[in-house]
Design a protein around this ligand. Structure first.
Ligand SMILES: Nc1ncnc2c1ncn2[C@@H]1O[C@H](COP(=O)(O)OP(=O)(O)OP(=O)(O)O)[C@@H](O)[C@H]1O
Ligand SMILES: [Mg+2]
Length: 388
């Protein structure tokens, strides 16, 4: 990752400021949560055992805060030559029991090669344990692992090892109840704690946005009103700081694309629509292959014929495309109609009612049209899911 991916234009001072991996030096508005975490980790540092669960909705600074504090304790342990190890596991990427144990083994042994398979990894971890007083393992987005029954054992393996301290992070409230209600990770020898991160309110979102803008945008390329506008909208949704930061970045990109020297309110509003498209596209990713292809068919018909297709036209193009692809079933017009109506209900498509053809001649058929930015859709979805 390059630290500065701006390209010599006038908007960006440091565009990396808006990247997911950027970590600000200070984390405002999280003093209570951070102090509580520091207090608990001090106990661990001095030899107590703990399991800490961090919960709160998305974009509330959980990952950022835990990462920062863990980083500081790691430095302290190195300086004070303490036999402690800290391992951060991104369960969204390291998703299986075997991958998680391998990652922990590699981190605490400082070696790439740690054997093959769960048994080997555990042996390596257990051997290394003798040299260490304690190990803190952060399991970020733990729900992604424990929701799969075949992977969830890893949590109990880790919780049962007396040397491990765990910090689990999730944005699913009551993930334990939901996924592991029949078992507990907490035993008698370990104290358990929970930490809740509340969504940010408007002034807090504004404060954080100001900090980002000062660091990442050139002076005079934005106004307080722009930041206030974003803060207000995000606070009215669910206070997700990731959304706020992403929105400001998109507004900058929109202004840059238009060749403007500064961000204007129009760029912010335009980026909101784009933001919604991103959301729509990511929801669409979770739909069945049939629905994904149907949306592509509607778009393809429009770009190749210049008119919007009705259900008969969608059906015939769909069947001609899929006849050599066994993973798709042949569809009757009735099913296509039902699918299209669902896709309209979810607002992926818009229905255009047919015009009347004159007295006694009924109406033209209803046609269907994509309900998002065509360029975004083509780049992010159509190019990926179109079948040939
Ligand atoms: N107090 C803060 N100060 C500065 N930036 C913040 C703050 N809180 C959150 N952010 C920024 O908001 C974004 C989301 O934060 P983070 O990744 O910590 O959220 P999260 O609570 O872990 O969300 P999720 O549950 O979706 O994983 C990041 O870009 C982060 O840098
Ligand atoms: Mg997170």
């Amino acid at each position: 990752m390059t630290k500065n991916f701006s390209n010599g234009n006038t908007i960006w001072k440091d565009a990396f400021t808006f990247h997911e991996d950027y970590e600000p030096d200070i984390i405002p508005y999280r003093d209570d949560e951070i102090n509580k975490l520091i207090g608990l980790l001090k106990g661990v540092y001095e030899g107590q055992r703990a399991i800490i669960d961090v919960n709160g909705s998305t974009g509330t600074g959980k990952t950022l805060s835990v990462k920062k504090i863990i980083g500081e304790f790691k430095k302290k342990a190195t300086v004070e030559k303490k036999n402690m190890a800290f391992v951060f596991v991104k369960c969204g990427e390291t998703t299986t029991q075997s991958q998680i144990l391998k990652h922990i083994a590699q981190e605490i042994c400082g070696e790439e090669k740690v054997g093959k398979g769960t048994g080997d990894y555990l042996n390596r971890i257990r051997k290394k344990k003798k040299e260490l007083d304690s190990i803190v393992i952060v399991l970020d987005e733990i729900d992604k692992v424990v929701k799969r029954s075949q992977e969830r054992e890893v949590l109990f393996i880790l919780a049962d090892e007396p040397i491990f301290n765990l910090i689990t992070i999730s944005n699913i409230p009551d993930w334990q109840k939901k996924y592991i209600s029949d078992r507990s990770v907490v035993s008698r020898s370990v104290s358990s704690h929970s930490l809740l991160f509340y969504p940010y309110k408007e002034p807090q979102i504004l404060g954080i946005l100001k900090q980002r803008a000062e660091h990442g945008l050139m002076d005079n390329t934005y106004t307080d009103d722009i930041l206030k506008h974003i803060a207000k909208k995000v606070a009215n949704r669910d206070g997700d700081m990731r959304e706020a930061v992403g929105w400001l970045f998109k507004a900058g990109k929109t202004a840059e694309l238009a060749g403007k020297p500064k961000i204007e309110i129009d760029d912010v509003n335009l980026s909101d629509a784009k933001f919604k498209d991103d959301e729509t596209i990511s929801y669409l990713e979770n739909q069945s292959i049939t629905k994904k292809l149907l949306v592509c068919v509607v778009y393809h018909y429009w770009i190749t014929k210049g008119t919007h297709p009705n259900k008969t036209e969608v059906c015939s193009l769909y069947n001609s495309l899929t006849k050599n692809h066994s993973e798709y079933d042949i569809m009757k017009e009735g099913s296509v109609r039902i699918y299209l109506s669902e896709l309209c209900q979810y607002e992926y498509l818009i229905r255009i009612s047919g015009r009347g053809r004159g007295r006694g001649m009924g109406k033209e058929q209803t046609t269907y049209k994509l309900n998002m930015d065509e360029k975004e859709f083509k780049e992010k979805f159509y190019n990926k899911y179109w079948v040939k």
